[in-house]
Design a protein around this ligand. Structure first.
Ligand code: RIB
Ligand code: CA
Length: 311
């Protein structure tokens, strides 16, 4: 069975780190490149964080730096959740003599799409890099098989009452990606808040004993403690959803919809407006909106992947 070739654009943060650790061990997936974008914390942290996680995985993926700020608006962060370093204060070494990539993320994404047919783009941070790539290289629209994002919410929000952080952090970028015409899979809060790990499940992963498994648990520990205080059953590992959807779609339930982003106004800025339950549908309905997850299967898949680390 041919592997699913993916490019991962992320803003390493705790759940992005967890996603990379799992994605590296998904046999059905081939990661061809990783890019960093400003998001959870500034690019000055998300870029080295991606390299630190690759070093931890003993993986040689090329890592590229992208946008240090949103297309239009002032940068916001989620450092209050991920820590000022983006890794919950977990100290990890950078690779020693590492050859740093010089291409900007959007150029590297395009080069990868020219090299690898049917490339799938997984984006788990603000969509700034993706928007720039699609604007600079319109041919990318035909080259990419699809874009799978962690972002948005049909109902609710986590940065505002109706906007999710990745979209709210750069709504203009998100809107341009949703309007690009590339088929999309949207893993919004509707599904990602169901993709949680309980305290006991996180402890079981740490008990696997590898440095990678212990780091997986350590970076998610502060977010776990925060949500447990709010009465949640466990820590949502948001960014795992688009990666798992790419190779295990049967874990999810989803519906096709038109989705576009509110980029004006104040109350609803950054809301992903979906026509799922509207009589009036959008003309373009190119987004597969993930809404449900088999959480037992999710936990088993994560445990199996993390159990493959042996160092
Ligand atoms: O809203 C959750 C998303 O915002 C996740 O991708 C998290 O890493 C942050 O980027
Ligand atoms: Ca993220």
């Amino acid at each position: 069975m041919a592997k699913t070739r993916v490019w991962i654009d992320c803003d390493v943060g705790a759940d992005d780190a967890a996603m990379l650790l799992v994605a590296h061990k998904l046999e059905a997936m081939e990661i061809v490149g990783i890019s960093a974008v400003a998001g959870n914390v500034p690019l000055a942290a998300t870029y080295p964080n991606a390299r630190k996680i690759c070093h931890l995985m003993q993986a040689e993926y090329p890592v590229y730096a992208g946008a240090a700020r949103p297309l239009v608006r002032k940068q916001i962060t989620a450092a209050h959740i991920h820590g000022s370093d983006g890794l919950s204060g977990v100290e990890l070494p950078l690779p020693g003599r590492e050859k740093l990539e010089t291409l900007p993320a959007w150029d590297a994404m395009y080069q990868a799409a020219l090299t690898h047919d049917n490339l799938e783009l997984i984006a788990t941070g603000p969509l700034t890099n993706v928007a720039i790539a699609l604007a600079k290289y319109p041919a990318l629209i035909q080259k990419l098989r699809r874009i799978l994002i962690m972002g948005g919410a049909v109902v609710g929000g986590n940065r505002t009452s109706c906007a999710e952080f990745n979209i709210y952090a750069d709504p203009e970028a998100a809107e341009s990606v949703f309007r690009s015409g590339v088929p999309m899979v949207m893993c919004g809060l509707d599904v990602t808040q169901k993709a949680y790990l309980t305290k006991a499940e996180l402890e079981s992963i740490a008990a696997l004993g590898s440095a990678q498994a212990k780091t997986f648990a350590a970076v998610l520990q502060p977010p776990l403690e925060r949500v447990l205080q709010d009465g949640w059953p466990g820590v949502p590992v948001h960014d795992l959803c688009p990666a798992l959807y790419a190779v295990y779609p049967a874990l999810f339930t989803a519906r096709q919809a038109g989705v576009f982003v509110e980029t004006e106004g104040s109350v609803a800025l950054g809301k992903t407006v979906a026509d799922l339950d509207s009589d009036k549908k959008f003309a373009d309905r190119h987004v597969t909106v993930a809404l449900g997850i088999d959480r037992k299967g999710f936990v088993e898949t994560v445990g199996k992947a993390m159990g493959k680390y042996r160092t």
